[in-house]
Design a binder for this molecule. Structure first.
Ligand SMILES: CC(C)(COP(=O)(O)OP(=O)(O)OC[C@H]1O[C@@H](n2cnc3c(N)ncnc32)[C@H](O)[C@@H]1OP(=O)(O)O)[C@@H](O)C(=O)NCCC(=O)NCCS
Length: 159
């Protein structure tokens, strides 16, 4: 079993498996994200088969500090609960800190997404705020909403 990671500018995998990767964006929004020069996207393969993706973008870049936001991470359902999302998050941290700057990574997650929260906490992300009723279910008139939890992690520069 060989895992590999690759930076990508292609939205094909995410668009093809949009529903099962649980991303609610339109295809247009996904394509716009991949066209953004500040975006960083990593695909994960297992024995050459694509099984997951992480997408994000730089919010701020200076000579000594980078701020980055993870917008989505998803693993195909048959490959979940085997530590692959953890591997993908670690790959991102390695890749972003390659120039040895200080780095802050931000993300937000629904308060009901227990597995994702577990993943972020295991990697040292700390909840720093919340947005009440941020996620609405698919129907615009739905009364059912979920809070968003905002997480951040600082990776100090290696000197
Ligand atoms: C969230 C997601 C990316 C996690 O991927 P994954 O590869 O299953 O994650 P990992 O295997 O690295 O596991 C992360 C933690 O969740 C737990 N977990 C994941 N699936 C689980 C399951 N079905 N039952 C019990 N625990 C589970 C793992 O055990 C692990 O905790 P642990 O280290 O304490 O054991 C995946 O569930 C997914 O793609 N979800 C849909 C998209 C999504 O919600 N993305 C997050 C948006 S913010």
């Amino acid at each position: 079993m060989t895992c590999s990671f690759e930076k990508t500018n292609s939205s094909d995998f995410l668009i093809q498996y949009k529903e099962i990767l649980e991303i609610s964006w339109s295809n247009h929004s996904i394509d716009k994200h991949f066209d953004n020069k500040k975006s960083v996207n990593i695909e994960m393969s297992l024995d050459s088969k694509l099984i997951g993706i992480l997408i994000g973008h730089y919010l701020y870049q200076s000579s000594d500090l980078d701020e980055f936001e993870i917008l989505h991470i998803a693993i195909l359902p048959n490959f979940r609960n085997r530590g692959f999302a953890l591997n993908l998050m670690e790959e991102l941290e390695k890749l972003l800190n390659i120039n040895k700057k200080s780095l802050k990574i931000f993300l937000e997650v629904s308060s009901s997404n227990k597995f994702a929260i577990k993943l972020y906490e295991k990697l040292g992300y700390k909840a720093y705020n919340e947005r009440k009723n941020y996620y609405r279910s698919k129907s615009i008139n739905a009364s059912h909403t979920q809070d968003a939890i905002l997480f951040a992690k600082s990776l100090d520069a290696i000197r």
